[in-house]
Design a protein around this ligand. Sequence first.
Ligand code: PAF
Length: 283
Amino acid sequence: MTSRVAVARDLKKLRRTVAAWRAAGETVALVPTMGALHAGHLALVRLARRKADRVVVSIFVNPTQFAPHEDLATYPRTWDADLAALARLKTDLVWAPSVGVMYPEGFATRIAPEGPARAGLEDRFRPHFFGGVATVVAKLFLQCGPDAAVFGEKDYQQLKVVTQMVKDLALPLRIVPGRTVREKDGLALSSRNAYLTPDERAVAPTLYQTLREGAAEIRRQQPIGAVLARSRKAIARAGFDVDYLEARHAETLAPVRSARDGPIRLLVAARLGKTRLIDNIGV
Ligand code: PAF
Protein backbone atom coordinates (compact mmCIF):
# COMPACT_ATOMS: atom_id res chain seq x y z
CA MET A 1 0.00 0.00 0.00
CA THR A 2 1.32 3.48 -0.85
CA SER A 3 1.68 5.72 2.15
CA ARG A 4 0.03 9.12 2.18
CA VAL A 5 1.38 12.49 3.07
CA ALA A 6 -0.46 14.84 5.42
CA VAL A 7 -1.68 18.04 3.78
CA ALA A 8 -2.51 21.32 5.56
CA ARG A 9 -4.67 23.79 3.66
CA ASP A 10 -5.34 26.22 6.49
CA LEU A 11 -3.12 27.97 8.99
CA LYS A 12 -4.77 26.35 11.98
CA LYS A 13 -3.75 22.84 10.92
CA LEU A 14 -0.26 23.99 9.86
CA ARG A 15 0.40 25.76 13.16
CA ARG A 16 -1.05 22.95 15.27
CA THR A 17 1.18 20.39 13.54
CA VAL A 18 4.36 22.48 13.76
CA ALA A 19 3.62 23.40 17.41
CA ALA A 20 3.32 19.70 18.32
CA TRP A 21 6.72 18.99 16.73
CA ARG A 22 8.25 21.95 18.56
CA ALA A 23 6.75 20.77 21.86
CA ALA A 24 8.52 17.44 21.28
CA GLY A 25 11.81 19.31 20.75
CA GLU A 26 11.96 18.60 17.00
CA THR A 27 13.48 20.86 14.35
CA VAL A 28 11.77 21.78 11.08
CA ALA A 29 13.03 22.38 7.53
CA LEU A 30 10.91 23.94 4.80
CA VAL A 31 11.20 23.38 1.04
CA PRO A 32 9.18 26.07 -0.77
CA THR A 33 7.92 24.96 -4.21
CA MET A 34 5.28 25.76 -6.78
CA GLY A 35 4.62 22.05 -7.36
CA ALA A 36 5.23 20.28 -10.70
CA LEU A 37 7.93 18.50 -8.75
CA HIS A 38 10.90 16.96 -10.55
CA ALA A 39 14.06 15.22 -9.39
CA GLY A 40 15.63 18.62 -8.57
CA HIS A 41 12.88 19.40 -6.05
CA LEU A 42 13.09 15.90 -4.62
CA ALA A 43 16.85 16.34 -4.07
CA LEU A 44 16.00 19.50 -2.08
CA VAL A 45 13.52 17.50 0.02
CA ARG A 46 16.20 14.86 0.72
CA LEU A 47 18.63 17.63 1.68
CA ALA A 48 16.00 19.13 4.01
CA ARG A 49 15.59 15.70 5.62
CA ARG A 50 19.30 15.73 6.50
CA LYS A 51 18.98 19.19 8.07
CA ALA A 52 16.00 18.74 10.41
CA ASP A 53 13.77 16.20 12.16
CA ARG A 54 10.67 17.27 10.23
CA VAL A 55 10.23 18.35 6.60
CA VAL A 56 7.46 20.61 5.34
CA VAL A 57 7.11 21.11 1.57
CA SER A 58 4.96 24.03 0.48
CA ILE A 59 3.13 23.83 -2.83
CA PHE A 60 1.75 27.18 -3.91
CA VAL A 61 1.74 28.64 -7.41
CA ASN A 62 2.28 32.23 -6.36
CA PRO A 63 0.33 34.63 -8.59
CA THR A 64 2.23 37.72 -7.42
CA GLN A 65 5.48 36.59 -9.02
CA PHE A 66 3.95 36.27 -12.50
CA ALA A 67 3.39 39.28 -14.79
CA PRO A 68 0.03 39.37 -16.61
CA HIS A 69 1.65 38.16 -19.87
CA GLU A 70 3.44 35.23 -18.16
CA ASP A 71 2.46 31.58 -17.71
CA LEU A 72 0.48 31.59 -14.44
CA ALA A 73 -2.59 29.99 -16.07
CA THR A 74 -0.61 27.30 -17.86
CA TYR A 75 2.09 26.69 -15.23
CA PRO A 76 2.25 22.88 -14.90
CA ARG A 77 0.15 21.52 -12.04
CA THR A 78 0.74 17.86 -11.13
CA TRP A 79 -0.83 17.60 -7.68
CA ASP A 80 -1.41 13.83 -7.48
CA ALA A 81 2.07 12.95 -8.75
CA ASP A 82 3.60 15.57 -6.40
CA LEU A 83 1.87 14.08 -3.36
CA ALA A 84 2.86 10.53 -4.35
CA ALA A 85 6.53 11.56 -4.74
CA LEU A 86 6.50 13.43 -1.41
CA ALA A 87 4.89 10.46 0.34
CA ARG A 88 7.68 8.21 -0.99
CA LEU A 89 10.19 10.59 0.60
CA LYS A 90 8.25 10.47 3.87
CA THR A 91 7.63 14.20 3.84
CA ASP A 92 6.00 15.12 7.14
CA LEU A 93 3.61 17.77 5.85
CA VAL A 94 2.59 19.51 2.63
CA TRP A 95 1.53 23.11 3.13
CA ALA A 96 -0.86 23.91 0.29
CA PRO A 97 -2.74 27.15 0.96
CA SER A 98 -5.24 28.51 -1.54
CA VAL A 99 -4.69 31.97 -3.04
CA GLY A 100 -7.40 33.19 -0.64
CA VAL A 101 -5.51 31.86 2.39
CA MET A 102 -2.19 33.33 1.24
CA TYR A 103 -3.62 36.66 0.07
CA PRO A 104 -6.89 37.23 1.90
CA GLU A 105 -9.28 39.98 0.81
CA GLY A 106 -7.66 43.34 1.60
CA PHE A 107 -4.06 42.02 1.60
CA ALA A 108 -1.94 45.17 1.35
CA THR A 109 1.65 44.50 2.45
CA ARG A 110 4.53 43.70 0.17
CA ILE A 111 8.26 43.17 0.62
CA ALA A 112 10.33 45.30 -1.79
CA PRO A 113 13.77 43.64 -1.98
CA GLU A 114 16.77 45.57 -3.25
CA GLY A 115 20.47 44.64 -3.39
CA PRO A 116 20.68 41.30 -5.22
CA ALA A 117 17.06 41.80 -6.36
CA ARG A 118 18.25 44.82 -8.38
CA ALA A 119 21.32 43.22 -9.94
CA GLY A 120 20.11 43.79 -13.50
CA LEU A 121 19.64 40.08 -14.25
CA GLU A 122 16.18 38.46 -13.86
CA ASP A 123 14.86 41.76 -12.46
CA ARG A 124 15.59 43.50 -15.78
CA PHE A 125 13.26 41.14 -17.63
CA ARG A 126 10.81 40.29 -14.82
CA PRO A 127 10.59 43.49 -12.74
CA HIS A 128 7.62 42.21 -10.70
CA PHE A 129 9.29 38.87 -9.88
CA PHE A 130 11.41 39.31 -6.76
CA GLY A 131 8.82 41.45 -4.96
CA GLY A 132 6.36 38.58 -5.41
CA VAL A 133 8.91 35.95 -4.41
CA ALA A 134 10.14 37.84 -1.34
CA THR A 135 6.61 38.54 -0.15
CA VAL A 136 5.41 34.96 -0.47
CA VAL A 137 8.63 33.48 0.92
CA ALA A 138 8.49 35.81 3.95
CA LYS A 139 4.91 34.67 4.51
CA LEU A 140 5.87 31.00 4.12
CA PHE A 141 8.63 31.46 6.71
CA LEU A 142 6.26 33.17 9.17
CA GLN A 143 3.55 30.58 8.58
CA CYS A 144 5.77 27.49 8.92
CA GLY A 145 8.38 28.83 11.37
CA PRO A 146 11.20 26.58 10.09
CA ASP A 147 14.75 26.37 11.46
CA ALA A 148 16.05 26.01 7.90
CA ALA A 149 14.71 26.49 4.38
CA VAL A 150 16.19 24.87 1.29
CA PHE A 151 16.46 26.71 -2.05
CA GLY A 152 17.97 25.40 -5.29
CA GLU A 153 21.03 27.07 -6.84
CA LYS A 154 19.32 26.77 -10.22
CA ASP A 155 17.44 29.99 -9.32
CA TYR A 156 20.66 31.61 -8.20
CA GLN A 157 19.51 35.22 -7.98
CA GLN A 158 16.41 34.10 -6.06
CA LEU A 159 18.67 32.24 -3.60
CA LYS A 160 20.68 35.42 -3.02
CA VAL A 161 17.55 37.59 -2.67
CA VAL A 162 16.05 35.26 -0.06
CA THR A 163 19.38 34.97 1.81
CA GLN A 164 19.65 38.78 1.93
CA MET A 165 16.05 39.11 3.12
CA VAL A 166 16.62 36.65 5.97
CA LYS A 167 19.70 38.60 7.03
CA ASP A 168 18.10 42.05 6.71
CA LEU A 169 14.90 41.12 8.56
CA ALA A 170 16.79 38.98 11.13
CA LEU A 171 14.44 36.09 10.40
CA PRO A 172 15.32 33.20 12.73
CA LEU A 173 16.21 30.54 10.19
CA ARG A 174 19.09 29.58 7.94
CA ILE A 175 19.00 29.24 4.18
CA VAL A 176 20.48 26.02 2.82
CA PRO A 177 21.46 26.03 -0.87
CA GLY A 178 20.85 22.86 -2.92
CA ARG A 179 22.90 21.98 -5.98
CA THR A 180 21.30 22.08 -9.43
CA VAL A 181 20.19 18.66 -10.66
CA ARG A 182 20.77 18.07 -14.38
CA GLU A 183 19.71 15.69 -17.10
CA LYS A 184 22.50 13.46 -18.45
CA ASP A 185 23.09 15.96 -21.27
CA GLY A 186 23.50 18.83 -18.79
CA LEU A 187 20.10 20.53 -19.07
CA ALA A 188 19.12 21.84 -15.62
CA LEU A 189 15.86 20.30 -14.40
CA SER A 190 13.02 22.81 -14.42
CA SER A 191 9.25 22.53 -14.34
CA ARG A 192 9.25 24.70 -17.48
CA ASN A 193 11.26 22.10 -19.46
CA ALA A 194 7.85 20.48 -19.98
CA TYR A 195 7.08 23.30 -22.47
CA LEU A 196 9.96 22.37 -24.81
CA THR A 197 9.14 20.72 -28.14
CA PRO A 198 11.33 17.69 -29.03
CA ASP A 199 13.44 19.88 -31.37
CA GLU A 200 13.90 22.53 -28.68
CA ARG A 201 14.71 19.87 -26.10
CA ALA A 202 17.54 18.67 -28.35
CA VAL A 203 19.01 22.18 -28.50
CA ALA A 204 18.41 23.14 -24.84
CA PRO A 205 21.62 21.58 -23.36
CA THR A 206 23.67 24.11 -25.39
CA LEU A 207 22.94 26.57 -22.61
CA TYR A 208 24.87 24.61 -19.98
CA GLN A 209 27.58 23.47 -22.41
CA THR A 210 28.25 27.10 -23.27
CA LEU A 211 28.36 28.10 -19.60
CA ARG A 212 30.86 25.32 -18.93
CA GLU A 213 33.08 26.38 -21.80
CA GLY A 214 32.84 30.03 -20.73
CA ALA A 215 33.76 29.18 -17.13
CA ALA A 216 36.75 27.12 -18.32
CA GLU A 217 37.97 30.00 -20.51
CA ILE A 218 37.72 32.48 -17.61
CA ARG A 219 39.67 30.04 -15.43
CA ARG A 220 42.32 30.02 -18.19
CA GLN A 221 42.55 33.83 -17.77
CA GLN A 222 40.77 34.71 -21.03
CA PRO A 223 39.35 38.28 -20.87
CA ILE A 224 35.83 38.10 -19.44
CA GLY A 225 34.27 40.51 -21.94
CA ALA A 226 35.46 38.43 -24.90
CA VAL A 227 34.35 35.17 -23.27
CA LEU A 228 30.85 36.56 -22.65
CA ALA A 229 30.57 37.87 -26.22
CA ARG A 230 31.59 34.46 -27.63
CA SER A 231 29.20 32.63 -25.32
CA ARG A 232 26.25 34.89 -26.21
CA LYS A 233 26.95 34.29 -29.90
CA ALA A 234 27.16 30.50 -29.42
CA ILE A 235 23.79 30.42 -27.65
CA ALA A 236 22.16 32.65 -30.25
CA ARG A 237 23.59 30.46 -33.05
CA ALA A 238 21.94 27.43 -31.43
CA GLY A 239 18.56 29.18 -31.76
CA PHE A 240 18.09 30.97 -28.44
CA ASP A 241 17.10 34.60 -27.92
CA VAL A 242 19.47 35.66 -25.18
CA ASP A 243 18.03 37.87 -22.40
CA TYR A 244 21.36 38.03 -20.58
CA LEU A 245 24.58 36.13 -20.11
CA GLU A 246 26.67 37.80 -17.43
CA ALA A 247 29.65 37.22 -15.15
CA ARG A 248 28.91 38.38 -11.62
CA HIS A 249 30.40 38.24 -8.16
CA ALA A 250 29.03 34.99 -6.74
CA GLU A 251 27.87 36.58 -3.47
CA THR A 252 26.90 40.17 -4.26
CA LEU A 253 25.98 39.65 -7.94
CA ALA A 254 27.92 42.85 -8.71
CA PRO A 255 29.51 42.99 -12.21
CA VAL A 256 33.10 41.71 -12.41
CA ARG A 257 35.83 42.72 -14.83
CA SER A 258 38.46 40.06 -14.25
CA ALA A 259 38.92 36.70 -12.57
CA ARG A 260 40.61 38.60 -9.73
CA ASP A 261 37.23 40.17 -8.80
CA GLY A 262 35.92 36.66 -7.99
CA PRO A 263 34.45 34.34 -6.82
CA ILE A 264 32.56 34.50 -10.11
CA ARG A 265 29.26 33.05 -11.22
CA LEU A 266 28.12 32.99 -14.84
CA LEU A 267 24.36 33.47 -15.15
CA VAL A 268 22.22 33.11 -18.24
CA ALA A 269 18.58 33.49 -19.28
CA ALA A 270 17.52 32.75 -22.82
CA ARG A 271 14.33 31.96 -24.69
CA LEU A 272 13.86 28.96 -26.92
CA GLY A 273 10.56 29.32 -28.75
CA LYS A 274 8.02 30.05 -26.02
CA THR A 275 10.16 28.65 -23.19
CA ARG A 276 12.44 30.82 -21.09
CA LEU A 277 15.33 28.90 -19.51
CA ILE A 278 17.77 30.09 -16.86
CA ASP A 279 20.97 28.49 -15.64
CA ASN A 280 24.24 29.38 -13.90
CA ILE A 281 27.64 27.96 -13.07
CA GLY A 282 30.45 28.74 -10.63
CA VAL A 283 33.78 29.66 -12.28
O1 PAF B 1 11.39 28.79 -6.86
C1 PAF B 1 10.16 28.68 -6.75
O2 PAF B 1 9.57 27.63 -7.03
C2 PAF B 1 9.36 29.88 -6.26
O3 PAF B 1 9.89 31.07 -6.73
C3 PAF B 1 9.18 29.90 -4.75
C4 PAF B 1 10.50 30.07 -4.02
C5 PAF B 1 8.49 28.64 -4.27
C6 PAF B 1 8.29 31.10 -4.33
O4 PAF B 1 7.04 31.03 -4.91
